[in-house]
Write a protein that binds this ligand. Structure first.
Ligand code: SF4
Length: 347
């Protein structure tokens, strides 16, 4: 059975027209899915019962099955979903100080990148997510937040997986999310976070309206970065930064560099001092994220005084450096930490 949310709205229209439906029916169905977040044909009450049954026989809307929700006291909610093959992925809904919500979604089940500070890396890569599996995380989270079609939200590809290792499906999902007959979200509200795959960034840069970009940096030199991010081999910092300089960054936007602070590994004064020199000529801000320990990681977060000293060095160079509050820590909110605690469903 095919999945409707794997298709762009134009493709949906084309396929349903070929099935004998008039164009206005496709618009109604798209509005149920993306306007009202309805994922069951039986709830589409302006369609006749026989048509609803016919559609349900041919098409599935979503293939995500919610397994678990963990809610923290700050309202951050982490979701575990089972896919049709029993793979498990996770998404996180984060209420922001601005009153808006940010949906952190996954692009792969597991991940092949092997970052040493990340528990998803332990799973290895299971498989790429389809466009539908990506889009339906946003649908599901929007519905769970009770947002209507006029209430905007942000999407960050910072869940499980490396989005630029699944670029075709991620780009198609972004097209569906931003289509006026899809979720009608502005591209400015979508951020792709990568561990720094140079070819993938080059490809993204060729898009007519590329999404925002965040880079998981975590070190100011190749030697330190190689110790915690094997991807550095083949994607050295000079090539990465050279490619970022060519990225079509809109005038008022900046790159975000994520920097997971790991005690005794990348949290020295000299690391902080090197960052402004390394990132020279780019418009950017830095998100400092104290490492969130997980069993067997072998790493610890720096003590609070070290974190403060690191941030102060960046401030002294006039760098915008925010310290990410531990939203979701108490609910295993760091990358991959929910999915690795969930068991595969039976059957
Ligand atoms: S941090 Fe991201 S890219 Fe690195 S292993 Fe984890 S999921 Fe993959």
């Amino acid at each position: 059975m095919e999945t409707l949310t794997d298709l762009t709205p134009a493709e949906v229209q084309e396929r349903l027209t070929a099935q004998g439906l008039p164009a206005f029916r496709s618009k109604q169905i798209l509005n149920w899915i993306y306007g009202k977040t309805v994922t069951d044909f039986r709830e589409m009450t302006n369609l006749s019962k026989p048509l609803r049954e016919e559609l349900a026989e041919k098409w599935r809307i979503s293939s995500l099955k919610e397994l678990k929700q963990n809610k923290a006291s700050d309202g951050t909610t982490k979701f575990g979903f089972a896919l049709y093959d029993g793979s498990i992925i996770e998404s996180v809904r984060i209420p922001m100080e601005t009153g808006k919500q940010t949906f952190c979604i996954s692009s792969q089940a597991g991940c092949a990148m092997g970052c040493k500070f990340c528990s998803t890396a332990r799973m290895g890569l299971i498989r790429n997510l389809s466009p539908s599996e990506i889009v339906c995380q946003a649908l599901h989270l929007r519905r769970s937040a009770g947002l209507n079609e006029k209430q905007v939200f942000n999407i960050v590809f910072m869940g499980m997986g490396e989005p630029l290792a699944n670029t075709d499906n991620v780009l198609k999902a972004i097209n569906i999310l931003t289509d006026k007959d899809g979720m009608n979200l502005s591209r400015r509200r979508i951020t792709v976070s990568t561990c720094g795959i140079v070819n993938g960034i080059r490809r993204l840069a060729r898009e007519p309206r590329p999404p925002r970009l965040a880079i998981s940096l975590n070190a100011a030199d190749d030697e330190t970065r190689r110790k915690i991010m094997p991807i550095t081999e083949g994607n050295p910092l000079d090539e990465l930064l050279d490619q970022l300089k060519r990225y079509p960054l809109p005038p008022r936007e900046r790159f975000t560099f994520e920097y997971v602070l790991i005690g005794g590994v990348n949290d020295r004064d000299e690391d902080a001092a090197k960052l402004p020199r390394l990132l020279n000529k780019l418009r950017y801000k830095i998100n400092l994220i104290p490492f969130n320990p997980f069993p067997g990681s072998g790493f610890l977060p720096p003590d609070p005084a070290r974190i403060e000293a690191f941030q102060q060095i960046l401030f002294s160079k006039n760098i915008t450096a925010t310290l990410r509050k531990s939203k979701g820590c108490e609910i295993q909110g760091a990358c991959g930490q929910l999915a690795t605690t969930l068991k595969k469903p039976r059957g």
